[in-house]
Design a protein around this ligand. Structure first.
Ligand code: A2P
Length: 277
């Protein structure tokens, strides 16, 4: 089943499957159960963050799944309170200990926090950790082009990934085009708009036309736009459904109808002002 998931190539030569499993806002116990079930369904990209407070549960879920660590692409994120060179190195060690692993496939700076102005020093620590072989790929989350430009000009290293909020009600077309030009893959958090976009009548109509669920229509939209999506679900049936989006395609008419949904509606924080630590 996992062979059927297409992968995108990152600018550092690594690959990411186009559908992964998100774990926000699960607690440790919920994350353990959900991650074990997701791996059994065929997910191989698992996304967590120090700030979610569920890294230990995620680690236990992977261990309990019986899937070899080498077969799982594990992502975590540095929380805002740990920005800075030395604190990043310490926070990374704590993340590995919580997850029960000795490397990460992908590590992201969770938010840029431009008001603190420490993300470049933080990025230097990420580069060091990658050079030491303790992280395969390094990236960012919720960064705007100006923040990424600064990383590049001050360190010469471009992120492999930017994980941002993106769904048909918040398509960020200009931002997508910018990332494509830079060769940065976009991972989309809340691809289902935290469940809100699932209720849309156009999505329901297209779902009926294809004999699919609304969630499958939204996730297929991400896949056809060359994005990675990381839906969260606690329900194994929905987990399977969210992964089964590679055996049908939206046509031009569907895509045109979905393009009209964009209300520029964020469900989450704004990268320029959010101060989540
Ligand atoms: P649940 O965990 O009960 O399945 P997002 O990933 O955009 O943040 O959306 C997550 C929300 O969407 C959760 O409330 C989740 O609830 C719900 N969800 C996930 N997959 C599906 C699905 N296939 N159908 C309906 N709701 C879903």
């Amino acid at each position: 089943m996992t062979d059927a998931i297409p992968h995108l190539t990152l600018n550092d030569g690594q690959h990411l499957p186009q559908i992964g499993f998100g774990t926000w806002p699960l607690d440790d116990a919920q994350a353990q159960t959900a991650v074990q079930a997701a791996l059994a369904c065929g997910y191989r990209l698992i996304d967590t963050a120090a700030r979610y407070g569920n890294e230990a549960g995620v680690g236990r879920g992977i261990a309990a799944s019986g899937v070899a660590r080498s077969q799982v692409q594990l992502t975590s994120k540095l929380r805002g309170s740990e920005h800075g060179f030395d604190s990043t190195l310490r926070a990374f060690d704590a993340t590995l200990a919580a997850l029960g692993t000795d490397y990460l496939d992908l590590y992201l700076i969770h938010w840029p926090l431009p008001m603190r102005d420490l993300y470049v020093d933080t990025w230097r620590a990420f580069i060091r950790l990658r050079e030491e072989g303790r992280i395969r790929s390094i990236g960012v989350s919720n960064f705007q082009p100006a923040h990424i430009d600064r990383l590049l000009s001050e360190t010469g290293v471009l992120p492999a990934v930017n994980q941002i909020e993106l769904h048909p009600d918040f398509t960020q077309a200009a931002l997508r085009a910018w990332h494509a030009r830079q060769g940065i893959v976009i991972e989309c958090w809340s691809p289902l708009g935290r469940g809100e976009v699932l209720k849309d009548a156009t999505v329901a109509r297209i779902a009926q036309k294809h004999g699919r669920s609304p969630a499958q229509i939204l996730l297929r939209w991400h896949v056809q736009h060359g994005l990675v999506a990381i839906p969260k679900s606690q329900d194994p049936q929905r987990m399977r459904q969210n992964l089964a989006v590679f055996d049908f395609a939206l046509d031009a008419e569907d895509l045109a109808a979905l393009a009209l949904l964009d209300g520029d509606h964020r469900q989450g924080g704004d990268p320029d002002t959010n101060d989540e630590r």
